[in-house]
Design a protein around this ligand. Structure first.
Ligand code: CA
Length: 233
């Protein structure tokens, strides 16, 4: 799944250069030249990461970042601050308001992409192409394959995304609402029941390889993926 990155940058040449390189790396790019436009865009589509210029007309990047951090809906969006300023104080200020990383202009596109990858890997592991293996269950996002000892498990696209999300967030409990937000996407109005239907399908597919107990129901709360199924088998 390609990550949606919002670039907030008022210098057209820099915005263009960044957008070009992001697209080249397979990202979906959204662009804004000021915080106000960016805010309006975020109301429509929630980006997976924001590249935010520090010096913007009207509202500064730092002010905008603190607004994003205060709102429930945008609180957890990873932010990388871009700046021409080099003072160490600014860097500290940027990280204090909750930016995930900080880059000083001019930077090389290659370094920018590497930093984006690092932040996404840490903050949104379900978007990464890294192979994950838990207790013999292996999921490869690049080839879209789920296998157990070379035996391939057939999964629909939604079950695949659901399993990918659960495996990258193992041992944590997610409510149906949280799973809808993370797996189906923001601004999608579906009933909680939808999650149950897909969990059921996922378990049925995993039954073939006796891994269905890795997907646990937590009564009254939601679901959890666990590696430690031995005690329950
Ligand atoms: Ca600027």
């Amino acid at each position: 799944m390609s990550a949606k990155i919002l670039v907030v940058e008022d210098e057209p040449a820099i915005q263009e250069l960044i957008a070009f390189n992001l697209k080249l790396s397979g990202y979906t790019v959204l662009r804004a030249e000021n915080a106000e436009d960016a805010m309006a865009m975020i109301k429509e589509v929630l980006p997976d990461l924001i590249l935010l210029d520090w010096m913007l007309p009207h509202m500064s990047g730092v002010e905008f970042a603190s607004i994003l951090r205060r709102e429930v809906r945008t609180r957890t969006i990873p932010i990388i601050m871009l700046t021409a300023r080099v003072e160490e104080n600014d860097k500290i200020k940027g990280l204090e308001i909750g930016a995930d990383d900080y880059m000083t202009k001019p930077f090389s596109p290659r370094e920018l992409i590497a930093r984006i990858k690092a932040v996404l890997r840490r903050r949104l592991p379900e978007l990464s192409d890294d192979v994950i293996e838990t207790s013999g269950l292996r999921l490869d996002p690049a080839t879209h394959r789920v296998t157990v000892h070379d035996h391939e498990i057939a999964l629909g696209p939604t079950e695949f995304r659901l399993l990918h999300f659960l495996m990258t967030h193992a041992e944590r409990v997610y409510s149906r609402g949280q799973l809808l937000d993370h797996v189906w996407g923001d601004h999608v109005f579906l009933e909680d029941r939808t999650v149950d239907v897909h969990i059921l399908r996922l378990r049925k597919a995993l039954e073939v390889v006796k891994k269905e107990k890795m997907v646990q129901t937590i009564r009254g709360t939601g679901y959890r993926f666990t590696a430690g199924t031995e005690g329950h088998l």
